[in-house]
Design a protein around this ligand. Structure first.
Ligand SMILES: [Zn+2]
Length: 395
């Protein structure tokens, strides 16, 4: 692969919040190789960023590429080819929006693993995908009807988790509570017993990875934390002692605040009135819970549940979520880290992913404005580079 030089870049250091002005970035073999003041004489593959702000591509941590809206329309018998094509469309949109990595947390027909395969084969451009394959649900649980793997009891959960991991999943997704999607569903009711949690965590441990849990309320979160679950999603009702426990154990939280704050988007996607009402009712408590988590020092991840690049109020969902995290008490830099360095740490990729600096993957986004002056700047990328290749450019 030839060397590309990005010149006149104002490089945003997402670790310190500092700015390195007027940098030349050498990109080769998919990596940021070096920083310089100018490219060597005679270089032809030069892109002048003209003072734009260069940040690492975003990492969106709660993605369902294959999801159907409204979710009640999911056809568990859908042909895998159709699922994968839908997933690819969302993956493509995400990449164009500067979201260069997604963590998937349930895909029908393991569509995440197939899009990743297509990218690896060179058939298509897609973000880096960290996939769960199919989530595992209890027979009557939150994932029932959504084409999840179904298990009951410790051994079945262990086997189901092993099956997804052996199919290529990077982590295991479970549901420890109900959710907001269906009328009458109670997001605080526990859905898994100790044995089922232990079986799932044992499978993840044996494969050198972790379990991520759809979660609603504190009691089930404490139970799952006790059994070794390391990452929690949503947390609609989180109390102070449970937040402190999460922080003390180094567990991660993906708030997905956007799911209780996207009524016009839900209407546009034909959600049932009862689901919209559930989300609206949960919204104040959800924000309060995340404020509690932020104040307790829980590591926060940016994720949306909605397709990461869907337009919500004029911004891609992932960027809007970052602004909501700021409203929940994260500093602006902290919100930027929730979509860069913090997920990289969870994924064990701290030295390769989530920063724009030598030695890291060349997943880069150029912006007209510094996102540390306003995260909305991330909503209009002028150049997106993925694995050292320009995939979107309106310079
Ligand atoms: Zn979800």
């Amino acid at each position: 692969m030839p060397t590309t030089w990005l010149t006149n870049a104002n490089l945003v250091d997402v670790e310190s919040g500092g700015l390195l002005p007027s940098q030349t970035v050498e990109v080769a073999d998919g990596l940021v190789r070096s920083l310089a003041s100018r490219p060597p004489a005679g270089e032809t593959d030069v892109i002048d960023l003209d003072g734009r702000f260069l940040v690492p591509g975003l990492i969106s941590c709660h993605t369902h590429l294959s999801i159907v809206f409204p979710m009640s329309e999911t056809d568990p018998e859908e042909a895998p080819a159709a699922t994968v094509l839908r997933a690819f469309k969302r993956a493509h949109d995400a990449l164009a929006a500067g979201i260069t990595t997604v963590r998937c947390v349930h895909e029908q027909n393991r569509a995440d693993l197939w899009v990743r395969h297509g990218q690896a084969q060179g058939w298509l451009d897609a973000p880096r995908i960290y996939g769960a394959g199919r989530a595992i649900t209890t027979p009557q649980g939150h994932g029932a009807g959504a084409a999840c793997a179904v298990a009951s009891g410790e051994e079945e959960f262990y086997r189901a988790a092993c099956e997804e991991l052996e199919a290529g999943a990077d982590h295991v997704k479970i549901f420890i509570n109900g959710g907001l999607a269906r009328a009458g569903e109670d997001p605080s009711a526990s859905e898994m017993d100790d044995g089922e949690l232990a079986g799932t965590v044992r499978a993840a441990d044996e494969h050198g990875t972790y379990v991520v849990a759809h979660s609603g309320a504190s009691r089930a979160i404490r139970q799952a934390l006790e059994k070794g679950v390391r990452c929690f999603e949503h947390a609609y009702e989180l109390d102070g002692p449970t937040a402190s426990l999460l922080a003390a154990r180094g567990a991660y939280l993906t708030p997905t605040l956007i799911v209780t704050r996207c009524e016009p988007w839900m209407r546009a996607n034909d959600f049932a009135e009862a689901t919209i009402a559930n989300a609206r009712a949960a919204a104040p408590g959800h924000l309060e819970s995340i404020r509690t988590a932020v104040a307790a020092g829980v590591p926060i991840l940016c994720g949306t549940d909605l397709p990461p690049a869907d337009d919500v109020g004029g911004l891609p969902a992932t960027v809007l979520e970052m602004t909501l995290l700021e409203q929940a008490g994260l500093s602006r830099l902290g919100a930027l880290q929730a979509a860069t360095t913090t997920p990289a740490r969870l994924m064990g990729m701290s030295a390769q992913l989530g920063q724009a600096r030598p030695g890291f993957h060349a997943d880069l986004v150029a912006l007209d404005h510094n996102p540390l002056d306003g995260l909305e700047a991330l909503g209009r990328p002028r150049l997106v580079m993925s694995r050292g290749k320009v995939v979107q450019c309106t310079l």
